[in-house]
Design a protein around this ligand. Structure first.
Ligand SMILES: Nc1ncnc2c1ncn2[C@@H]1O[C@H](COP(=O)(O)OP(=O)(O)OP(=O)(O)O)[C@@H](O)[C@H]1O
Length: 719
């Protein structure tokens, strides 16, 4: 009798796609098969047998009529190639599959040549990927992009030589997209980047170099190859089990190799990851928080803080994190938006906090102080900004400190007398808050940061901090974060995209005691949005500049997508009623075609939400107003301000009421006359806001407006 032997059954992305296509009953039987096989691959009912030809090819029984085709990595680790009807299990098996270690990336790659041939030659084997379902792409691929690249260039970039003849046959975008659906992951990325117009040298830099292993590649060492992240192969039964029980999401199992490097690296200080929308910064932040928490001393009481800018994003982070860690590890991680941390610590420090003055009301308080003091030299807007961005941000508590404070990038120079006046007015403002038993965010952030700075001498609240949406944090937030964790390796991990800054003002982390220089990296592959949507989004930011959170320039260079879909549509309307009707009609059309859910309408102002909800209701569609607390209902059309959509994603997006009348806001237009410096800052935020809204969409975007379009749409470039 053959000995019992446990086994690992690994899968790659191709295998998961094939399983997804199986009939449900067969799929259920495969799940049973997987368990049995892993418990004892030699049990007779599995009928494991070696196939003729390649000595690593095996078949095993899933049902009487279906066989699993397996590829042997080591004696006890197999890769699933396919699940096929028994009668066809052995037909042309050797010419159908290829399995090899990629000499450039070191990845173990399985190729199903039959699927690839079908993709290029149009047999009905390959189905187009979901995101391309509504598109027709008979556009030719540009010959000079990848087709004219010499073989050795493609091979050098990591494209396996056996794929070249088929690649040479590709002549339309449709063929390219279908081919890439089944091609090894790295090959797909290379071809798509070339097709987007990146030169071979650029592709080498942004696609190939990041996954090139440091050590020489031994193409006969399968065991090492399957462990490389570029292989996209599951390494444990737990991962396969999660995949099979329907909880499978690629980002959980297979971070991109570039993402994985960042997740796993030990940084000897604060580190930053940037990158355009949808490049997986949040995915990296989640994995990193999970990894750091798992590595904490199980008997110690160190904790991890995973934080972000808004409350609804913290809710989202928490539910995603729960997919990566068990309950015990979750218990070591606080997932909380940063102002909630501020509030919690402030309440702990002072007991009662009094009533809150919202950010929008602060200007009224400053106006009153100016009136009372007969102030004419400084406007309330300038004073509020100065108090927030200099006094609170630098935690200045003494007049003498303010008189000497650095005022980098502030709109006007102030002499000593002027500073003394600003300080006096600020003291009056602070006294008024105390008198009225009120608090506001800038002051509370600063006070909490100061207290925590002193408290940290007695021990730190967190061992590791991971921050998402970092671009919107204020200086006081940063000072607080610095005070919450000790200056050690892996102390602060910062994810954010400054092109998406829609709240605060630029900060220079180095000046706030957070040194990220030399520990900064950027992701460039967009997983969310189609090329067409990306093009429109990039037109909005064309020529724009952003910082890298450390006083230097950031860029979106190399930013690209591997998906393709419909071109965004721009639909001007005669008046507001016509626009509301157009919004409702489009939401109806998407709902009818694709079912409810995954649809959102973004508007620039809160007061427009009710109108849109009314228009949706009139055509029998349930709308849901996005708020900060409530979990959004899935099967409704979500309607929210562009601000509220930050960090979220939808398949279909309407960006509506985007006429010049509503966007940019009135107060921003007025600033052009009264305060050119602030006008410029607010225009950057408005432009970024539109960029954020557009890049929430996965598949389709439609813009609507009545009257003049907003100048920020940049129709001349975006259409
Ligand atoms: N390695 C990956 N494999 C598959 N999907 C991924 C991967 N990385 C990210 N994604 C998916 O891409 C989408 C965008 O990811 P994520 O939200 O992390 O991006 P982001 O850079 O934080 O975006 P934004 O800046 O717009 O908020 C998500 O749907 C995510 O699941």
């Amino acid at each position: 009798m053959t000995e019992s032997q446990e086994a690992v059954l690994s899968m790659d992305r191709g295998a998961t796609r094939k399983l997804a296509k199986l009939d449900r009953n067969i799929y259920a039987r495969f799940v049973e098969f997987q368990k049995k096989f892993c418990a004892n691959m030699n049990q007779p009912g599995l009928r494991l047998k070696r196939l003729q030809g390649d000595r690593r090819l095996w078949s095993a029984r899933v049902t009487d009529d279906y066989r699993a085709i397996l590829y042997e990595i080591t004696g006890a680790q197999f890769m699933l190639l396919d699940v096929v009807p028994r009668q066809s299990a052995y037909d042309g098996i050797e010419s159908r599959y290829g399995a090899a270690v990629n000499a450039v990336t070191g990845a173990f790659e399985i190729t199903d040549f039959e699927e690839l041939r079908a993709a290029v030659r149009g047999m009905d084997k390959a189905e187009p990927a979901a995101p391309q379902a509504f598109t027709t792409h008979s556009d030719p691929v540009a010959d000079d992009r990848f087709k004219d690249q010499p073989d050795e260039v493609l091979i050098n970039l990591g494209v396996p030589a056996p794929l070249l003849p088929l690649i040479r046959e590709i002549s339309t975008l449709d063929q390219l997209m279908s081919f890439c659906e089944w091609a090894p992951h790295h090959t797909a990325e290379v071809l798509q980047a070339l097709d987007e117009g990146f030169s071979a040298k650029e592709v080498e830099e942004i696609v190939t170099d990041p996954v090139r292993p440091a050590e020489p590649v031994d193409t006969t060492d399968l065991e090492t190859a399957v462990q490389r992240p570029a292989s996209y192969v599951t390494s444990s039964d737990a991962a396969v089990a999660a995949m099979l029980d329907g909880r499978f999401q690629e980002w959980r199992l297979w971070p991109h190799p570039t993402q994985k490097q960042i997740i796993q690296r030990t940084y000897n200080g604060p580190a930053r990851i940037g990158g355009g929308p949808g490049t997986g910064k949040t995915v990296v932040a989640l994995h990193r928080a999970a990894r750091l928490a798992k590595r904490l001393d199980p008997d110690g009481d160190d904790r991890v803080l995973l934080t972000t800018f808004t409350r609804n994003l913290a809710v989202d982070l928490k539910s995603k994190l729960a997919l990566l860690v068990d309950e015990k590890t979750m218990g070591r991680i606080d997932v909380e938006h940063l102002d909630s941390v501020v509030y919690r610590l402030a309440a702990e420090q002072s007991g009662g906090l009094g009533s809150a003055v919202g950010d929008n009301n602060l200007i009224g308080w400053w106006r009153l102080i100016c009136q009372e003091q007969g102030e004419t030299e400084f406007t309330p807007e300038f004073l509020l900004d100065e108090w927030t961005e200099v006094i609170c941000a630098q935690l200045l508590t003494r007049r003498s400190d303010y008189l000497q404070a650095r005022r980098v990038k502030r709109p006007r120079r102030l002499n000593r007398l002027q500073r003394a006046r600003v300080w006096e007015l600020s003291e009056r403002f602070s006294a008024r808050l105390v008198e009225k038993q009120a608090w506001c965010w800038p002051q509370m952030r600063a006070t909490t940061a100061l207290t925590e700075r002193h408290r940290s001498e007695r021990g730190y609240r967190y061992r590791h901090i991971v921050v998402d949406e970092a671009q919107d944090l204020t200086s006081a937030h940063w000072v607080l974060l610095r005070a919450l964790a000790p200056q050690r390796s892996d102390d602060l991990f910062i994810a954010g995209d400054t092109f998406q800054r829609i709240y605060g003002q630029p900060v220079t982390l180095g000046q706030l005691g957070i040194e990220i220089r030399g520990r900064s990296k950027r992701l460039t592959l967009n997983y969310r949005t189609t090329k067409e949507i990306l093009k429109t989004a990039l037109a909005i930011e064309a020529g724009a500049e952003a910082d890298n959170l450390d006083g230097e320039a950031d860029s979106l260079a190399g930013y690209r997508s591997v998906m393709s879909g419909a071109t965004p549509e721009f639909r001007p309307q005669a008046d507001e009623d016509a626009e509301l009707a157009a919004i409702a009609a489009q939401a109806r059309a998407w709902t009818d075609a694709h079912g409810p859910g995954g649809i959102a309408v973004a508007v620039p102002q809160k007061r427009l939400i009710g109108k849109v909800l009314g228009a949706l209701d009139a055509v029998g569609i349930d709308g849901f107003q996005l708020g900060s607390d409530q979990e959004p209902e899935a099967e409704t059309v979500h309607v929210g301000t562009m601000h509220r959509l930050k960090g979220l994603e939808y398949r279909f997006m309407l960006i509506s009421c985007i006429g010049a009348e509503y966007f940019p806001y009135d107060f921003v237009r007025e600033l052009a006359e009264t305060d050119p410096h602030r006008h410029e800052l607010e225009m950057v935020k408005a432009r970024n806001l539109l960029f954020v809204a557009v890049t929430r969409a996965r598949d389709e975007v439609v813009f609507t407006w009545a009257g003049e379009p907003s100048p920020l749409l940049r129709l001349e470039r975006a259409a």
